[in-house]
Ligand binder design. Structure first.
Ligand code: SAM
Ligand code: SF4
Length: 326
């Protein structure tokens, strides 16, 4: 079957699949009041996930990131990994986690087929970590990172949202950490969501400013690989770790978009910020619905817009990224 492509020639090999909206952290830029259930949420079951992955894999998806909310809050998280790993067209299975359950489970997840892991750690100072996440779990998360490295993960990435007036002073500490530790740091520029206009105004730190600091510190921009996606990657010979900058406000950000998103309730999102999402769930119930599902995916791709409209302050319906996985 033909691969997913939009009318701007972009191809989509990468799916970010959210498996729950639930989260046990209260990151101030994401869920400042914690997770609030809306009724009895029914998140995608294993069978639905299998059918979804089956259809996406037939139209070119090779990488799946399991995300949330906090994906590891799912009791069947290891089974979800297995279901995805059972599909031999999927070459890479990744997850993004707050690291809360990592220390205990890193090995099991690796054995189930997980190969890449991003751990969100906004500060290397335990007090600031607590202030941002609402959880006094810095040491646990750090031990989780060590457990992941020991379990054999080829790449452990650390996601950090640098925030003006909060953890922005952590930058030198992060850089010092990766001098001898083979970690890939990902600095994600704060995105404005429906929740946080005031917060955004107070704490947004431009990705371009971070880039300037890195260049002044001797980091150089790597030549982008074909499947890099929107991150700008930097390295330095005398550091084992690398740095990726995710700058959604950069003017070229959308040109390299290679990802689609499906929410925990089975809605396809063509972009984080521009639309409501299209329900796929009615076509996830049986394997024999696959052709119809594939047709719906192609139909939707034809409507994907060239860019988001964040610069105009249009954040779409996404109240916070926990509902769609970031
Ligand atoms: N709970 C998991 C975690 O925190 O890693 C996975 C879901 S979380 C929504 C995925 C990523 O989105 C995290 O690295 C988080 O820092 C980032 N994120 C959440 N809200 C954001 C925002 N408004 N701007 C930029 N990044 C955000
Ligand atoms: Fe939870 Fe992740 Fe959002 Fe933090 S960023 S509140 S850990 S979903």
């Amino acid at each position: 079957m033909s691969q997913l492509q939009d009318k701007f020639g972009r191809r989509f090999h990468y799916l970010r699949l959210s498996v729950t909206d639930v989260c046990n952290f209260k990151c101030t830029y994401c869920l400042p009041d914690g997770y609030r259930p809306d009724g009895r949420a029914q998140f995608l079951g294993l069978n639905e996930i299998e059918n979804l992955v089956g259809a996406f894999s037939e139209v070119g998806t090779q990488k799946i990131r399991i995300t949330g909310g906090e994906p590891t809050m799912r009791k069947d998280f290891t089974d979800i990994i297995r279901v995805v790993a059972d599909n031999d067209k999927i070459k890479t299975i990744a997850t993004t986690t707050n690291g809360y359950r990592l220390e205990k489970n890193a090995k099991d997840w690796y054995d189930a087929g997980l190969r890449r892991i991003n751990v969100s750690m906004d500060s290397l100072d335990p007090r600031m970590f607590y202030q941002i996440t609402g959880q006094n779990k810095f040491d646990e998360v750090m031990r989780g990172v060590d457990a992941a490295l020991e379990a054999g993960f080829e790449r452990v990435k650390i996601n950090a949202v640098l925030l003006k007036g909060l953890n922005d002073t952590d930058l030198p500490r992060f850089l010092h950490w990766i001098k001898s530790t083979p970690i890939d740091l990902r600095f994600i520029e704060l995105m404005e969501t429906g929740l946080g206009r005031d917060y955004f105004k107070a704490h947004h730190l431009a990705g371009a400013d971070i880039r300037t600091k890195l260049v002044e510190d001797g980091w150089s921009l790597d030549t982008p690989a074909a499947d890099d996606g929107p991150a700008q990657n930097f390295s330095r010979d005398d550091h084992k770790g690398r740095i990726g900058l995710i700058m959604p406000y950069d003017k070229h950000f959308c040109a390299s978009c290679n990802r689609l998103r499906v929410s925990a309730k089975g809605k396809l999102h063509l972009c984080l910020f521009t639309e409501n999402g299209v329900d796929l769930r009615d076509l996830l119930q049986h394997q024999d619905q696959r052709a119809e599902l594939v047709e719906r995916l192609h139909g939707q791709l034809a409507t994907k817009k060239e860019t988001h409209f964040l610069h105009d302050g249009i954040t779409g319906v996404t109240q916070h990224l926990a509902s769609i996985g970031g």
